[in-house]
Design a protein around this ligand. Structure first.
Ligand SMILES: *[C@@H]1O[C@H](CO)[C@@H](O)[C@H](O)[C@H]1NC(C)=O
Ligand SMILES: *[C@@H]1O[C@H](CO)[C@@H](O)[C@H](O)[C@H]1NC(C)=O
Ligand SMILES: *[C@@H]1O[C@H](CO)[C@@H](O)[C@H](O)[C@H]1NC(C)=O
Ligand SMILES: *[C@@H]1O[C@H](CO)[C@@H](O)[C@H](O)[C@H]1NC(C)=O
Ligand SMILES: *[C@@H]1O[C@H](CO)[C@@H](O)[C@H](O)[C@H]1NC(C)=O
Ligand SMILES: *[C@@H]1O[C@H](CO)[C@@H](O)[C@H](O)[C@H]1NC(C)=O
Ligand SMILES: *[C@@H]1O[C@H](CO)[C@@H](O)[C@H](O)[C@H]1NC(C)=O
Ligand SMILES: *[C@@H]1O[C@H](CO)[C@@H](O)[C@H](O)[C@H]1NC(C)=O
Length: 612
């Protein structure tokens, strides 16, 4: 395969076990859960107990003079086995007679509060949240402060949404799998191919999401307060989704001990040890034959034992079911799978196997109560650290004005600017001086990109600024799509784009891919621009009156060596998937308001905590 000028490509080492499995696992069905919108302030509110007709003072788990583990034990000891089982899925039912409300553990905040998890929703009360660039873009800034600052902004919006009853407190982000092949469909979610950079990103984003100012260094990590809870996922050796029939639910990654330590473990180790993350998620795949969520060496010994996790381990959604139904691991029954995973150290099932089969597993003598109580303890201590039981977090005043604030929108723009990569700039063609370029041909399938800029695991953005919007601030724009979509199945629209290029002072061509080409459950088979996009670029470049700038929107690398060699194309920019303010950021780079070669430059008017 061709090599990419954008990314160094690691040797393909993972695609050698082929297991055909035609069934597409219905992960999305979990999204049909009823949203668990919190309609109370905190559990141990005496007036709540009065209204429920329960005697508040009799519940030791509400006694704030005890430690969190002691209070969690008190709560768990009051539950029957069936009540315990009902708390072990991502939809925890709560226990009415104890005044324990239901809780949905599944919220997501990969690059802004997302509505992919059913614990979070947008509606009239909260119509949108700041949608930052996708992680592969933000990572390209190599700016650790920026990564942390974005985490802080996201957790502020998440807390505000929680106060408004529209979000949870437990966020299953970030994704910190190392990219081993740029064709992986989830490249967009990750900080890249370098285990150390990925680990640094993890540490900073997790600290931004979780840390409560002033308590970063609390020594008793079971009591350290959390702004929101973050989760590093998906552990481990997970980096193939669906590649020519090889798919994640049945994939068995064969990994050497050296590769495990140096590549796959490293970011997770940094996430736990340096980030003090409060959750880790195990993946769908197997490692050397064993499903990751059932492997005590990976979970109990490594994450909790060697690295010292203070928090809970959650399965990817339906991982336990996948063990039984897709991997057919040891011909397991549901009860076998519950026993193996609980003993391995899995605390929470994103799914329904734990709630449905824990009781029968105990009845069959396959697992002891100690494993169940341990799991619940890990879960409740995290909720206590979040202030879910006691309130009084200091975040109560956050509300609507803290979501989509001007400051956060500016931070999203700045992140997109800093994540932009200049790949070619012959004869210092960029930046453009606006007085020399009064008309711009803005062409290509991404010239008016909107939702494509948001990538995956996005929520509803505050607003949207497309490339055309951004460039219109600097020059008169002639817009032509050039293709009907990124698939660009025919050359019908190329003529219009050529015409615009012939009659403008300069041409900016926006090409690339989107989630129809690279996505979760969708790996690519090559690195080329789809359909007639290459032809569009070549033909437009041949006839353009002024200099041509090529802008690529993608997560995984695209082979643009044809454009690097083309002397009519003066500049090439990779913008990743730059988030809701992407157009403005790209225009600022093209017209010199921001220099993408100067990675340490911080936008001077930015005054958000944590930034320089
Ligand atoms: C609050 O949540 C409880 C538990 O889900 C539910 O029974 C009750 O109806 C809800 N109240 C409101 C006002 O939504
Ligand atoms: C926590 O420790 C770090 C490293 O020693 C230090 O830089 C930071 O100032 C400390 N924070 C607080 C709030 O004490
Ligand atoms: C779990 O039980 C519920 C309620 O009986 C049922 O609707 C659901 O299909 C079950 N799920 C699994 C995976 O067994
Ligand atoms: C740069 O400009 C000079 C002078 O116009 C020209 O000779 C040269 O070919 C240009 N180089 C590139 C790489 O475009
Ligand atoms: C650009 O995209 C937006 C959002 O999809 C759409 O409303 C608008 O009409 C498009 N503009 C043009 C000129 O096609
Ligand atoms: C090219 O694509 C357009 C839009 O999808 C379609 O209307 C047209 O018929 C296609 N032309 C050819 C020659 O296939
Ligand atoms: C680009 O130019 C290099 C060096 O001249 C050449 O080896 C390569 O084949 C060219 N690639 C393309 C795609 O034209
Ligand atoms: C930044 O602040 C300076 C001084 O307050 C102001 O003149 C300038 O317009 C600001 N720039 C932007 C881009 O907001």
């Amino acid at each position: 395969m061709a090599s990419s000028p954008i990314m160094m490509i690691s040797v393909l080492s993972l695609f050698f076990i082929f297991t055909a499995n035609a069934r597409v696992f219905p992960r999305r069905s979990l999204l049909d859960d009823p949203p668990a919108v919190n309609n109370f302030t905190f559990v141990c509110d005496p007036s709540r107990y009065d209204k429920l007709g329960l005697d508040f003072s009799s519940f030791g788990f509400c006694d704030s003079s005890l430690s969190f583990p002691e209070r969690a034990k008190d709560l768990i000891d009051r539950m029957t086995l069936s009540e315990k089982a009902a708390q072990l899925g991502h939809v925890a039912s709560g226990v009415d007679r104890l005044g324990l409300p239901p809780y949905n553990w599944w919220s997501e905040a990969l690059h802004g509060v997302s509505n992919v998890g059913p614990g979070t929703q947008f509606d009239k009360v909260v119509p949108g949240a700041t949608s930052f660039p996708n992680v592969i873009t933000t990572a390209s800034s190599f700016n650790e402060d920026l990564w942390k600052t974005i985490g802080q902004a996201v957790s502020t919006e998440a807390r505000a949404m929680y106060n408004l009853g529209r979000a949870g407190l437990t966020y299953w982000s970030p994704t910190i799998n190392v990219i081993r092949d740029p064709r992986w469909g989830r490249t967009v979610e990750t900080p890249g191919e370098d285990p150390f950079v990925v680990g640094k990103y993890a540490k900073n984003y997790v600290r931004g999401l979780q840390d409560v100012e002033g308590s970063e260094n609390v020594t008793d990590l079971n009591s350290r307060p959390l702004k929101v809870s973050s989760c590093c996922k998906h552990y481990a050796a997970y980096d193939v989704d669906n590649w020519l029939g090889v798919e994640r639910y049945s994939f068995d990654a064969r990994v050497t001990e050296q590769d495990m330590l140096e590549t796959f473990n490293k970011p997770f180790e940094m996430c736990v040890k340096e980030g003090d993350v409060s959750s880790v998620m195990c993946s769908y795949n197997r490692v050397n034959g064993i499903p990751t969520c059932a492997d005590p060496v990976l979970l109990k010994d490594t994450i909790r034992g060697n690295w010292g996790l203070h928090g809970y381990i959650v399965s990817d959604c339906d991982s336990v079911k996948v063990m039984v139904e897709d991997a057919h691991y040891l011909q397991d029954t549901n009860e076998d799978a519950v026993a193996q995973t609980l003993k391995a150290g899995l605390d929470l099932d994103c799914g329904q196997i734990y709630p449905n089969y824990t009781e029968s597993t105990v009845r069959q003598g396959k697992v002891g109560m100690r494993n169940i109580d341990n799991a619940l303890n890990n879960l409740y201590v995290v909720l206590m650290r979040l202030g879910y039981f006691d309130g009084n977090t200091g975040f109560e005043s956050l509300g609507k004005p803290d979501i989509c604030s001007d400051e956060h929108i500016e931070l999203a723009t700045e992140a997109a600017r800093q994540g932009t990569v200049l790949l070619k700039n012959d004869n210092d063609t960029l930046p453009f001086d606006p007085s020399n370029y009064k008309t711009l041909a803005v062409v290509g399938p991404h010239a008016n990109a909107t939702s494509a800029m948001l990538g995956n695991y996005a929520g509803v953005p505050c607003r949207m600024n497309s490339p055309m919007d951004g460039l219109s601030e600097y020059a008169k724009v002639k817009y032509q799509m050039g293709c009907d979509s990124v698939a660009c199945k025919n050359d019908t629209f190329i003529f219009g784009a050529m015409e615009a290029a012939r009659t403008s002072d300069a041409t900016v061509i926006f090409v690339g891919i989107d989630l129809s080409i690279e996505a979760e459950s969708l790996d690519r088979v090559d690195l080329l621009l789809p359909g007639y996009q290459t032809q569009l670029v070549q033909q437009v470049a041949t006839v353009s009156k002024g200099p041509v700038v090529l802008v690529i929107l993608s997560a995984g690398g695209i082979d643009v060596s044809f454009a690097k060699n083309n002397s009519n194309i003066k500049a090439i920019i990779w913008a990743g998937y730059p988030g809701e303010e992407g157009g403005r950021a790209i225009a600022d780079v093209i017209f010199g308001k921001f220099n993408p070669g100067q990675k340490d430059q911080i936008y001077p008017n930015l005054s958000i905590q944590g930034d320089k």
